[in-house]
Design a binder for this molecule. Structure first.
Ligand code: KG4
Ligand code: ZN
Length: 349
């Protein structure tokens, strides 16, 4: 079965073709960074308009790269939520219409389920069950995963998501949008011993997160040290490093705790922040030391992309799920409300 995947939930247009026998045949992402950079963040209406311009040409490009014509597609998957409603409408309308025109089934995919299943595109793919740490711009969640649609939220952020905390702290440090990767780059030059930031909510039991205090801590540190700093650029780098260390260590502590609480042997990382090099290295070392395994997608499949949507869509289409002709994207959508699929092994039928 061959599925076209379309992702338009935020500021990236992603398109891919996943084939259950051949794997990922082609994928491409068009980033809107240049459009939103001058505003310091995503402007929803501009995002929607750009998806209108870019999605169809990107579909043509990906189909050409894969050497496929329309008749070779067996199903169309598009992100139906959560995300920016106007942006979601573009991919949903286009995806649902293409499926109708081609006479194939369509499926609206939950964006976070896409992230959660992305590590299964890699080799080796983690077998179920596992614990998933989802860390994106809008979500920070620890999920116990028994299979597709069999999700139990173990903990989540009570305020800012990890990615949001990266982005907001980056702004405090005068870094351009998108802040997360910029802050990570600056942190490379930072001294980890100069400042120590708190590890929020690690001193009490539980698996919830709270990252909003860290940006305030960064702001206060900047205000108190910058006026007398001999080298302001180095001070900024040191703050970036201290912030990154705090987020990474907090995530590592909670993941170890989640594995202990569930007795699972495998942890997967997914979502934009899981592209962070320090997080990947530290998590890998800590989880290996605890006798468990860590899995994560290649960095290009951590951030938003069409491949994860094609793959998650394929999982649901092959189980017989599909959408009626009407489509209804949702800005908010609880992942736990998704229908569970029958347990099956990682076969490709
Ligand atoms: O999953 P994603 O691409 O989009 C959402 O679903 O939100 O995640 C984007 C988030 C942004 O907050 C971005 O700053 C963050 O992931 N991010 C990073 C890195 N790359 C992306 N944060 C820290 N380090 C990175 N290398
Ligand atoms: Zn995402």
């Amino acid at each position: 079965m061959r599925v076209l995947g379309i992702e338009t939930s935020c500021d990236e247009t992603g398109v891919a073709v996943y084939d259950s026998a051949a794997g990922l045949m082609a994928h491409a992402v068009y980033s809107q960074i240049a459009i939103h950079a001058q505003y310091g963040g995503v402007v929803p209406e501009l995002a929607s308009r750009d998806h209108v311009r870019k999605t169809l040409p990107l579909i043509r490009e990906v189909m050409d790269t894969a050497g496929l014509s329309a008749g070779a597609i067996d199903g169309v998957a598009y992100t139906a939520g959560p995300g920016l409603i106007g942006a979601l409408l573009v991919g949903s309308a286009l995806g649902r219409s293409l499926a109708w025109a081609w006479g194939v089934p369509a499926i609206g995919v939950h964006h976070m389920e896409g992230h959660l299943l992305a590590p299964l595109l890699e080799d080796p793919a983690p077998p179920f069950p596992f614990v998933a740490l989802l860390v994106s711009g809008g979500h920070t969640q620890l999920v116990d995963v028994e299979g597709v649609g069999r999700y139990r939220i173990l903990g989540e952020s009570l305020d800012d998501a990890a990615g949001e905390a990266f982005d907001k702290t980056a702004k405090i440090l005068d870094l351009p949008y998108p802040g997360g990767p910029e802050l990570a780059r600056l942190a490379e030059r930072g001294d980890p011993r100069r400042f120590r930031f708190p590890r929020p909510m690690t001193d009490r039991p539980g698996l919830d997160f709270s990252f909003s205090g860290l940006k305030t801590f960064a702001l206060n540190t900047l205000r108190t040290t910058l006026p007398d700093a001999a080298d302001p650029a180095q001070t900024r780098a040191d703050i970036a490093r201290a912030f990154e260390e705090a987020v990474v260590e907090t995530l590592v502590i909670k993941c170890r705790r989640a594995l202990q609480a569930t007795g699972r042997q495998r942890l997967i990382l997914a979502g934009g922040v899981s592209a962070n090099r320090r997080l990947r290295e530290r998590m890998n070392a800590a989880i290996t030391a605890a006798g468990a395994e860590t899995f994560y997608p290649r960095p290009a499949l951590c951030t938003d992309n069409g491949a994860m949507i094609a793959y998650a869509g394929w999982q649901r289409l092959r189980a017989g799920q599909h959408e009626p002709l009407c489509f209804a994207p949702r800005a908010r959508w609880a992942m736990e409300s998704l229908p569970a699929l029958e347990p099956r092994t990682l076969d490709n039928n």
